[in-house]
Design a protein around this ligand. Structure first.
Ligand code: RB5
Length: 142
């Protein structure tokens, strides 16, 4: 079973804790790359570490949170091996996997509730990449 990678800044910390509890309850393996409290911090410090772990195959997929999701998504997508998708509801998460083969789900912690968040996570974890024309488009990203 894949080990899921988690990271957030302070704005995403509480929801990351909720995700950890849910993964524990389901017996799903994960690695938490921080932050580890609600104390203010800088999202790139955690995003780069998660990105590296996804790129090396240590974890897959990643789930990342900051207040809006934008800062952490921008940082993650600086890495050539990362396709981080900002999603705030389940259908976006489905399409991020099916069409974009996203390997990190980014959640906007200050703009999403737990119910929507877990619906997006479930879809992200269960949806396969469709390949075909979408692979051709992904190959043109870089
Ligand atoms: C932190 O206040 C906030 O700037 C950060 O969580 C994120 O929203 C940045 O994109």
């Amino acid at each position: 079973m894949n080990t899921i990678g988690l990271c957030s800044d302070h704005a995403g910390f509480e929801l990351k804790e909720a995700i950890r509890r849910a993964l524990d309850a389901r017996g799903l393996p994960y690695r938490d790359f921080g932050t580890y409290s609600s104390e203010a911090c800088d999202y790139p410090d955690y995003a780069h570490v998660l990105a590296h772990a996804v790129e090396t195959g240590e974890v897959y997929p990643g789930i990342a949170l900051c207040g809006t999701g934008n800062g952490i998504a921008m940082t993650l997508n600086k890495h050539l091996g990362i396709r981080a998708a900002l999603c705030w509801e389940a259908e976006l998460a489905t399409l991020a996997r099916a069409h974009n083969d996203a390997n990190v789900l980014v959640l906007p912690a200050r703009f999403i509730g737990e119910e929507e968040m877990f619906a997006a996570i479930d879809r992200f974890l269960e949806t396969p990449f469709e390949g075909g024309r979408h692979q051709r488009r992904i190959d043109k990203i870089r």
